[in-house]
Design a protein. Structure first.
Length: 270
């Protein structure tokens, strides 16, 4: 059994740094060392040049399952390759996809406690929206809830951790935060790719591939919370996603029943 991670979300991993690292790693699929990446960033004139070490960025992307490391050689995982390819053509989707991973990973591996922290903050913002961002209050909520849920007495989570979360929440498009980054509001819609990932994430908790399940109010809300959208947007988003992705089937007799078959992250590239 792997050791649980901390609750802290590294604020080092900012969207622009993540984008540049993924592009560099995509350029040489067989892998590169950290030194190789630093040299390439210098040649390309990337913002990464301002960092003396990529260690914390690499650790974060490794925990998210985007890159893997073997004998100091770094490569994109299969999922990481898809994310980098999609982001190359639709850069705004990088924030959406990383947000999705941060929010959902705890559901599949409870050792990834940084994901629990991320989800806890996002859920609080969604439930209290529209709301002013109070970083100290968010820290207290995470620390108190973590103490109750995990029976921990020493919890490392600070306003720097909140900053790490807000970097990604602020990168979403359409936006959740105002221009000053002070007020959070639920979005009126989100990219179909985000909605598809959230819908499948919730679906697989209740059903197996191809089997239909009744779309309950609780399932609808969970999808909306992941996507950070208003509940009123769910129905139209569902219809648009069904029309765009053949893996989605909705039956509308006696309530809506959802079936998803043949889902793969590769669908995001189509």
């Amino acid at each position: 059994m792997s050791k649980p991670t901390g609750f802290h979300i590294r604020h080092d991993l900012q969207p622009n740094f993540a984008y540049e690292l993924l592009i560099l790693l995509q350029s040489i699929p067989e892998g590169q060392t950290e030194e190789d990446l630093q040299i390439a960033a210098q040649v390309q004139g990337y913002a990464l040049r301002q960092r003396t070490s990529y260690g914390k960025l690499i650790n974060s992307l490794e925990e998210l399952g985007v890159i893997e490391k073997e004998h100091k050689v770094l490569r994109l995982t299969d999922q990481g390759r898809i994310i980098s390819e999609v982001s190359l053509f639709q850069r705004q989707l990088l924030g959406e996809l990383i947000h999705f991973l941060y929010y959902t990973l705890f559901a599949s591996d409870e050792n990834l406690r940084f994901s629990w922290s991320y989800r806890t903050v996002c859920d609080h913002l969604w439930m209290t929206a529209p709301c002013t961002i109070n970083r100290d209050r968010l820290v207290n909520i995470v620390v108190q809830n973590a103490a109750d849920q995990f029976d921990e007495t020493s919890i490392s989570f600070s306003t720097q951790s909140v900053m790490g979360i807000l970097y990604w929440v602020s990168s979403l498009y359409p936006a959740c935060l105002d221009a000053q980054g002070r007020v959070f509001s639920r979005r009126l819609y989100c990219p179909l790719e985000t909605f598809l990932l959230a819908l499948h994430h919730v679906y697989q908790q209740f059903s197996e591939d191809g089997m239909s399940v009744l779309l309950t109010p609780e399932m609808r809300q969970e999808v909306c919370q992941i996507c950070l959208i208003v509940p009123e947007a769910f129905q139209e988003m569902l219809e648009q996603t069904e029309a765009s992705f053949e893996c989605i089937k909705v039956r509308r007799e006696r309530g809506e029943r959802l079936a998803i078959s043949g889902f793969s992250w590769k669908l995001l590239k189509e």
